[in-house]
Design a protein around this ligand. Structure first.
Ligand SMILES: C[S@@+](CC[C@H](N)C(=O)[O-])C[C@H]1O[C@@H](n2cnc3c(N)ncnc32)[C@H](O)[C@@H]1O
Length: 216
């Protein structure tokens, strides 16, 4: 088994406004541990970096808002959401939780850690331990890529989402099947692309629960 590495993601510094936000909180460099080599991580992390930047610069006010991140991986997105003022439940499968905890502890000062909760969430499983419809925002970076998880992911979004909840997903649409998830989502949610970065081919989609006529 490869040892997790610990390396400041210097490549993020250039052109990522979010880095300035992190730097304003920390005098030292951010440390993110991941279970892949740094070069692979930097490439994989683009959807998360693009969504972090969007949150910081896109006029979305997270101050005091209740947020849940799905498939958090390193936790970068959830950590940035905490820095932007949100209360964030940062989730992933059990196997990812140890690194996730370490990254949250390493990158958030003690007082802000109170606003971050790391919790296991495997899509479609044990959803009752989460508040149904209890979040202002649901965030996910690069979580649409395994077709066998699409039904469970959709069920999870459906469970967590109220009519007011805003879902923000950043993704690369690598394969036709990724489009399939967007089609599935459109059955339950109004989905719109709110950002596209052609340099790294990352899309951000915003979704909200459709209001059915019978509910009006
Ligand atoms: C490509 S990684 C993205 C990680 C992180 N969001 C990022 O952008 O760096 C996909 C993440 O989804 C998680 N994931 C995959 N299948 C899942 C499932 N069925 N339930 C919960 N999380 C899942 C993985 O553990 C992984 O952390």
């Amino acid at each position: 088994m490869k040892k997790p590495f610990s390396s400041p993601p210097h490549a993020f510094c250039t052109g990522w406004p979010g880095w300035e936000l992190l730097r304003s909180f920390f005098s030292s460099s951010m440390v993110l541990r991941a279970r892949v080599f740094p070069s692979i991580f930097l490439n994989l992390a683009y959807p998360a970096v693009v969504l972090c930047t969007f949150l910081e610069t896109g006029g979305i006010d997270l101050q005091g808002r209740s947020v849940i991140e799905l498939g958090a991986g390193t936790g970068l997105l959830g950590i940035v959401a905490v820095l932007l003022g949100a209360h964030v439940t940062i989730t992933d499968r059990k196997a990812a939780l140890t690194l996730l905890e370490l990254n949250v502890q390493a990158n958030l000062p003690d007082d802000l850690q109170l606003r971050a909760m790391v919790k296991e969430l495997t899509w479609g499983q044990d959803l009752v331990s989460f508040s149904p419809g209890g979040y202002d925002f649901i965030l996910g970076a690069d979580i649409v890529y395994l077709e066998e998880t699409f039904t469970d992911l959709l069920q999870t979004l459906d469970y967590l989402c109220s009519e007011q909840t805003v879902i923000l997903l950043s993704c690369r649409l690598r394969y036709e099947r990724d489009q399939k998830f967007l089609m599935m989502m459109k059955g339950l949610f109004s989905v719109q692309e709110v950002f596209y970065n052609p340099d790294n081919d990352v899309h951000i989609f915003k979704a909200q629960r459709k209001v059915l006529k019978r509910d009006l």
